[in-house]
Each structure stands twice: as structure tokens, then as C-alpha cells.
Design a protein. Structure first.
Length: 186
């Protein structure tokens, strides 16, 4: 994934994101659909591809806190230190959303679902693109999540740029925890 001579794939991925495009890429348990988290056009395209209701909101995944911080309201130093209890790893935290976060991204919620991934391909992709990505399962709403690049290419064709790679070993999607209350939602 995005390895030498992968400059052409990296450039295509960067150009796709800049134009509001959608990527299909490997994550911990399945392929994900993603776009730049600040792209209203990309978010609308993901919602259309998935046939997903706008009110649900989506997850943002990054390689580091620096990539997620612009989308989250400021946290205290103590709160930031507590994040290390969960990340990197397959735990998605609900944190207060920045006021600049698009409603399409957070849905009807005041909190945003964010995760620092430990999946090597996801981390490498975010690093090489220099950005966090939306991370929602690659599937139509209510259908099984897709587990391979080939399945993504068949399902989405040219509507999503498929980044090759292997999914992780997890059978279930990430655990979702409300950081403020500690309540496990999934």
C-alpha cells in the first residue's frame, strides 16, 4: 500500500481527497471509506455510496493526535494524557467536537468519534497523506462490511479510489467509548 513506486497512487489519493473524492482503504477489521474530514463534498459522496442517513455521524481516524486535534474541542493536559490509555488501537472515543466540524461529519451529535489507529496500512496512509481521514465501513448501510480491495472495486468502481492492502485481524469493528462518561456504546 502506497509503497515504492507508489508515488502515482499517493498522488492520485492526494488529488482525489483535494477534489472531495473518496478512498477505500484497509483498517483493523474491514475496508473503510474515507475522505478528508473537512470536505463537505467528500462526506456527501460517502453518505450517498453507503446510502447512510446524515444524522448518524462518522468516525475520523488518524496516525497521531496532531491529525485529530483540529476536529476536537480543546482538551486539558490531563485529558490528553488519558488518551494514551486507549491509543493507538481499535478504540474509538467520543470527544467534544470542535465548532468548525461539519454537521455532516458529526451528525446530530455534539461529540465526534475519533481514533488513532494501530493498523500499519491505515497509519501509513494518514502519514503519507498528511491528514486524518473519515473512517466508515466500506459497505452499503445494513450490508456486511467489505474485507478486500477487490470487493471494494466491484462495489464502488470508479466512485472510490481503492488503496490496496490487508485488513487487520479484528473480527469486530472498533469499540466506541464516550470519553467523558466511560460508557461503552459498541
Amino acid at each position: 500500500m502506497l509503497r515504492e513506486p507508489g508515488f502515482s497512487l499517493r498522488r492520485r489519493a492526494q488529488a482525489s481527497l483535494a477534489a472531495g473524492g473518496v478512498l477505500a482503504y484497509p483498517t483493523e477489521s474491514c475496508f473503510g471509506l474515507g475522505c478528508h474530514p473537512a470536505s463537505a463534498h467528500g462526506l456527501r459522496r460517502i453518505l450517498a455510496l453507503k446510502r447512510r442517513p446524515m444524522h448518524k455521524g462518522m468516525i475520523v481516524v488518524g496516525a497521531s493526535w496532531a491529525q485529530l486535534a483540529p476536529y476536537v474541542a480543546p482538551l486539558s493536559l490531563a485529558e490528553q494524557a488519558r488518551l494514551a490509555d486507549y491509543w493507538p488501537g481499535p478504540v474509538t472515543l467520543l470527544l467534544p467536537a470542535s465548532r468548525r466540524v461539519l454537521p455532516l461529519l458529526r451528525g446530530r451529535h455534539r461529540k465526534l468519534a475519533v481514533r488513532i489507529s494501530a493498523h500499519p496500512d491505515t497509519v501509513r496512509l494518514c502519514q503519507r497523506l498528511g491528514s486524518a481521514l473519515v473512517s466508515t465501513s466500506a459497505n452499503r448501510a445494513g450490508a456486511r462490511a467489505l474485507k478486500s480491495a477487490r470487493a471494494c472495486q466491484r462495489q464502488f468502481g470508479a466512485r472510490a479510489l481503492t488503496v490496496p492492502g490487508r485488513i487487520g485481524q479484528r473480527r469486530q469493528p472498533s469499540t466506541i467509548i464516550d470519553f467523558e462518561t466511560g460508557r461503552v456504546l459498541r
